[in-house]
Design a protein around this ligand. Structure first.
Ligand SMILES: Nc1nc2c(c(=O)[nH]1)N[C@H]1C(S)=C(S)[C@@H](COP(=O)(O)O)O[C@H]1N2
Ligand SMILES: [Mo]
Length: 518
């Protein structure tokens, strides 16, 4: 057989093998919720991109959801391409060496990639979207990789043998009876198409349950109420497909610098006394006018109770919280021991919804949303020098929520007829002071030149937002700049903090432009 035919056969076999491997990865993700390189490669790489370039890239590709889609898409294409190239090299080698033992192909196409990907992906291997505990998850991910690479190797070697009909030679069939190369290529190509079809069908199913449809959900505007309904609660996730934790698989571990490491099952919490606590969450990347902020009543176990049961050792300075999706974040040990830091199991009277962290999430009042780790599976007591997912990326260093306030209505750039405003224009919004509460809200219709006391309609708690309103009387047809500012429970007036980097959450005032006309 000619050189080019052999090399092309290798390329073709590698291509189909790469597609088959992708198919099996999608299948493992769909049926067993196993983490595959298609998604954890993105997790692995994204911690190397600091917030500024991250936002730039996000801007270029059209948002976080598009970036995730691009990540998965290029991982799929990339691994199929690498598979095809690997197959081509294999073809070149086979042309020189007719017999190339299976132990060699196993070593090169299964063992080697397994070792390399285990090393490169080590920090993100402990991911399982079905809620498998961390150590088991790492093994399962490796097993998934092994199965995928094994399938690649088998399809490549057998496919190549079939295409070049070396298989037939071994069985000593007369050459004239083995089908023509074109026929064999057609048959093998059909197998490839079956994998493409199957893979596409599973990818469609995964796409439907993916986070694209709800990641970045905001809660703001006309309909804002004191307690956010669960299905409208803002949502942020790093995942392409969020965990749907199996309550039977799930464990919560308390480990690290403790005298008695403990593992709890969901049933263990049935008998435990819980507290109800209203707490507002806000994302660190929430804009002044944005709605990545919501309020709920959480029911859970004080984290201090769990820590105390394990007897923390002296020298404990931070607590690292791990989600089943391999998301981590840390809080100061003292904060973890504070009575309002919870392991929440319920949200507004029902079990946590999947997308908000079923079956358990951390509630860390006064800190940005990042710290409220969802799908919590491990509480690790550690020394000071550990960083979480977003902190490694370059967020922070300050994760304490600054006082913020927002005007929900009227909307920016609205036009109001003065005749409709004779009884005043209803201005409403929210104000949030982290875990310091809200003492006062002031309103200005002249861009902050003068301030009036706004009415607090819903005071909330120390840990939640307040809802405020003001009946504004515009005196003539003009353009107005409406501004709001809040004072927290410690008497500190909201301000623009010049020395605060945007990576610690922005500060400043929400302004709304309103035009009145006759
Ligand atoms: N396990 C896990 N926890 C997580 C995240 C995540 O991607 N994975 N995202 C964090 C971020 S950035 C925010 S703002 C909050 C959002 O919580 P919510 O979606 O319930 O509103 O969850 C945090 N906890
Ligand atoms: Mo966030």
């Amino acid at each position: 057989m000619s050189r080019s035919k052999v090399v092309l056969s290798g390329l073709f076999a590698g291509l189909v093998a790469g597609i088959a491997m992708t198919f099996v990865m999608l299948l493992l993700a769909w049926i067993f919720q196993i983490a595959t390189p298609l998604v954890i490669l993105g997790d692995r790489l994204s911690v190397f991109i600091s917030p500024k370039p991250f936002f730039w890239i996000m801007g270029r590709v059209g948002g976080y959801n598009h970036l995730k889609q691009l990540g998965v898409g290029s991982s799929i294409l990339g691994q199929i391409l690498v598979g095809a190239l690997g197959g081509m090299v294999y073809g070149m080698v086979r042309r020189k060496r007719e017999h190339f033992g299976y132990h060699w192909t196993f070593l090169i196409f299964v063992a080697l990639p397994l070792v390399v990907s285990a090393i490169l992906l080590w920090p993100v291997l402990s991911t399982h979207y079905g809620g498998m505990p961390i150590d088991a998850a790492r093994l399962i991910t490796l097993l998934g990789l092994a199965i995928s690479f094994l399938l690649f190797e088998r399809v490549l070697v057998l496919g190549f043998d079939f295409l070049t009909s070396r298989g037939q030679e071994k069985t000593a069939a007369p050459p004239e009876f083995s089908p023509h190369l074109g026929r064999r290529a057609f048959l093998f190509g059909t197998l490839g198409l079956l994998f493409v079809g199957g893979g596409a069908a599973i990818a469609r199913k995964l796409f439907r349950i993916a986070t694209f449809s709800y990641d970045g959900t905001q809660y703001k505007g006309e309909g804002v109420r004191p307690i956010t309904p669960n299905d409208q609660f803002y949502c942020v996730t790093k995942n392409v497909v969020d965990p749907r934790v199996d309550a039977g698989l799930w464990h919560l571990e308390v480990i690290g610098m403790v005298q008695h490491p403990r593992t709890y099952r969901l049933l263990d919490f049935k008998k435990v006394e819980m507290v109800d606590q209203e707490t507002t969450l806000m994302c660190i990347s929430n804009g002044l006018d944005a709605g990545l902020m919501s309020n709920a009543v959480w029911r859970g176990i004080p984290m201090a109770d769990l820590l105390q049961a394990s007897a923390p050792l002296p020298g404990a300075e931070r607590v690292r919280l791990h989600g089943v999706d391999n998301y981590t974040d840390t809080v100061p040990f003292q904060k973890a021991m504070s009575p309002t830091t919870l392991v929440a199991l319920m949200m507004n009277g029902v079990d946590l919804p999947d997308r908000h962290g079923f079956p358990a999430r951390a509630i860390v009042p006064g800190y940005f949303g990042e710290k409220h780790v969802k799908w919590l599976t491990r509480i690790e007591v550690t020394k000071a020098n550990v960083k979480g997912f977003y902190e490694t990326q370059g967020w922070g260093p300050n994760f304490v929520v600054p006082t913020r306030s927002r005007i929900d209505i009227p909307y920016n750039d609205s036009w109001i007829r003065t005749a409709d405003a004779t009884k005043g224009v209803s201005v409403r919004g929210v104000a949030f002071g982290g875990d310091r509460g809200i003492a006062r809200v002031e309103f200005s219709s002249d861009d902050g030149e003068s301030w009036d006391e706004a009415k607090i309609d819903y005071p909330g708690t120390k840990l939640s937002w307040a809802l405020w309103s003001f009946n504004w009387q515009p005196d003539e047809a003009d353009d107005y700049i409406l501004v709001v500012r809040a004072t927290d429970g410690e008497g500190k007036v909201q301000e623009f903090e010049e020395d605060r980097a945007f990576t610690s959450g922005i500060t400043g005032f929400h302004k709304v432009v309103v035009h009145t006309f006759t």
